[in-house]
Design a protein around this ligand. Structure first.
Ligand code: ADP
Ligand code: MG
Length: 351
């Protein structure tokens, strides 16, 4: 047995998720020249042939932490588990090629349930054209755990990291934001209603987009194709899995820059606006701190603006500044508010 030489006990919450990763992975040595980029981006970069590099990323989903089977059908769960990984591959401006799938299951699940899970996994592989090439299966004493690793490839000059944003670049995001978080709130509310009255028939119609974004998210493979077509290579890119504020802070920190984001430019679906009003929530707060939208956030040089201008998939939400200017939201009332990390954090239950 390994002896615990350190009697000190520090709570994980003192560091938070990102602090914990930084702490555990400091001083990690890379022994191979082929490990072009290790820890710190949406995916690692491994050199392949002279033109092609590989990217690799992995994500872990744990029952009760990342999903609740009382409203998440297993087929959707399988689909989503693949999507969250592909999103990290696309965030490198790469093409996703293969995945491996590892699961830990308790005997509470019949074979039919796992067939459902794999239906979802295979559907995602089919739609996104990736090959399922391996994995591992083991038992679990509690819930279901799914770990997926995704591989991708791109020409080395096309790969985009989080650290290339430059002063005056434009900050661009795809699609709209906040819906997946609200979808979760709607599903949680219906779960409570159902607990109190199992005969209640939920009317989810007014929230259809929100629920779909939560239960059946998509990864922006189409944007990688669009950027190629427009001949735009972003200077930096990240996927929005943990909320806009958290991702903006990662991107600006790694690029050593600051930025201004304009509140009135943040793209919101009408259902997001209506539901925020109904739930008495501030839609900008939801956009900044929600999560699981799996859109892409990237920066482009000013000279590329004509190429992206007016594209319905892309919204320019701000611009990059000097690092010393900090990271700020410019509100509709034209006040400047510092952006703090309020993204989703699996080790903190109230933020
Ligand atoms: P993402 O949100 O894009 O999935 P994460 O925030 O999970 O990224 O991870 C940030 C970086 O830290 C990535 O490079 C990831 O591979 C790395 N990382 C996360 N957890 C660990 C760990 N336990 N050990 C080593 N590296 C890790
Ligand atoms: Mg990511």
């Amino acid at each position: 047995m390994l002896e615990d030489k350190n009697p000190q006990r520090t709570a994980i919450t003192e560091l938070g998720e990102f602090g914990l990763i930084d702490h555990l992975t400091q001083n990690i040595k890379l022994y191979h020249k082929t490990s072009i980029k290790g820890i710190g981006d949406d995916a690692a970069i491994i050199s392949g042939t002279s033109e092609n590099q590989k990217v690799i990323t992995t994500d872990l989903l744990v029952e009760g932490v990342h999903f609740d089977l009382s409203y998440m059908p297993l087929k959707h769960l399988g689909y989503k588990a693949v999507i969250v990984n592909l999103s990290d591959v696309y965030a490198m401006n790469a093409t996703a090629t293969q995945i491996t799938v590892s699961i830990a299951v308790s005997n509470r699940f019949p074979v039919e349930a796992l067939e459902e899970l794999y239906e979802g996994i295979k559907t995602a592989c089919n739609i996104y054209q990736v090959d399922l090439v391996g994995g591992d299966t083991t038992s679990s004493t509690s819930g279901l755990v799914i770990s997926i690793t995704a591989l991708g490839e791109a020409r080395s000059e096309e790969i985009v990291q989080r650290n290339g944003a430059k002063e005056n670049d434009l900050l661009v995001m795809t699609g709209d934001i906040g819906a997946a978080y609200l979808g979760l709130q709607v599903l949680e509310r219906e779960k409570q209603v159902f607990k109190a009255n199992p005969n209640a028939q939920p009317d989810l119609e007014p929230y259809s987009y929100l629920v779909e974004r939560q239960l059946k998210p998509e990864a922006r493979k189409d944007i990688i194709a669009l950027l190629k077509e427009l001949k735009v290579i972003p200077t930096a890119m990240i996927d929005i899995s943990d909320g806009l504020s958290s991702e903006i802070l990662h991107l600006t920190k790694q690029s050593n820059v600051g930025c201004h984001i304009y509140e009135d430019k943040i793209p919101l679906d009408p259902q997001v606006i209506a539901t925020c009003e109904e739930f008495n929530m501030d839609s900008t707060t939801i956009a900044l701190s929600g999560g699981e939208d799996y859109e892409l956030l990237f920066t482009v040089a000013m000279e590329d603006f004509p190429k992206i201008k007016g594209n319905p998939n892309l919204s320019v939400i701000g611009h990059i500044t000097k690092e010393s200017e900090g990271v700020h939201l410019i509100t509709r009332a034209n006040t400047k508010i510092p952006i703090i990390a309020k993204g989703w954090n699996s080790f903190k239950d109230s933020e």
